[in-house]
Structures are given as structure tokens and as C-alpha cells.
Design a protein. Sequence first.
Length: 201
Amino acid sequence: MNMAQVEEKERIDIKQRFFRFNTLIALVVSVIIIYIFLTRFDLTGTASIIKNSNLFLLICGLVTFYIFLPLRGYRWKGLLSEAKINLPTLELTRFYLLAWFANSILPARIGDIYRAHLLKKNRAISFPLSLGVIFSERIFDLAITAILVISSGILYLNLVTAPELHGLLLKGMIIICFCLLYTSDAADELDGVDLGGRRII
């Protein structure tokens, strides 16, 4: 096969790939997303907000966000390793970045489902297993958030002057503490307490 035949075959292959059903659907969806973005997103208002914002804090926020993506990928790697699945942190970070992009333009955190889809498509990992690991990751995030809420509540409780807010804050902290206790193995170690605790952190 000479060079001309090879080039002709490559042109035909590219043409066939472009006109495949999946490619056309992806192209249509991309055009729709761009159209919605350009017609419904207030670009002028956003530019004005960015212009009037603290540039240093904005850059710090962006840097912090992207620094934490590899750390999230590493945490995801650790959770997957518990299911005897060992994947590179860099690859999982790339999946995480794609999922965050999907979360930015799609409702209901579809990006998490997309992460499970990426694992199934690229690594042939069971979709239910991937969703289970991601669900465990979300429970972990919830526990960390609860700890931060309790810590901030303890620090700033005295600054709340309204009695009704004071009571609501205390009740919320008690409920969060109980939920953490219920989902911790430490609950089973208490004398006379059997809550069937499960480790999540």
C-alpha cells in the first residue's frame, strides 16, 4: 500500500468517525450547551464582578481549587484500593476534572455519575461498584463538613445574640454529633450502647 492509498484510507476513516451517531450527538449537545451559555449567562455582569473583586483572593481561590483536585484524586485512589482496584492518581485526577466540568453545566451533580461512567468506559470497572465508592466519598465529605460546622459552632456560639438562633444552633450541633456517633465504630465501644456503628472516616 503506497502513501497515497494510506492518506486516502485515513481521510475515509476520519469522515466515518465524524459522521458516526455518537459523534453527531456529542456535537449537537455541545452546540446546545454553548447556545444556552451565551444566551442565559450574564457575561457583562460576571466581568464586572471579577473586575471589582480582590484579584489576589480570586487567584488564591483558583490555585487552591486546582491544587485540591490531585488530593481528591489521591483520596479516590485510596477508596478504590479498598475494593482491590489500583489506578494511577493522575488518571483519577483527570476523571475528577472532567466530572467537575460536568457539574458546572449540568444539574443535580451529574458529574459524580459521569465519574462512575468514566471508570466503566476506560477501566471496565462495575458501574454499581464505582457509584458505591463515590457514595462513600460523599459520606466522607459530609462527615468533614459536619465536623467543621460543630467546630465553628463552638467557636462562635457566644456571638449569637438571638435566643431562637442560639437554640437552633445547639439543636443542630446535637443532631450532627449524634449522626457522627451513629456512623462511627466508637459507638459500639461504649458500654451499654449498641448503635450498629459503621466506619466512614
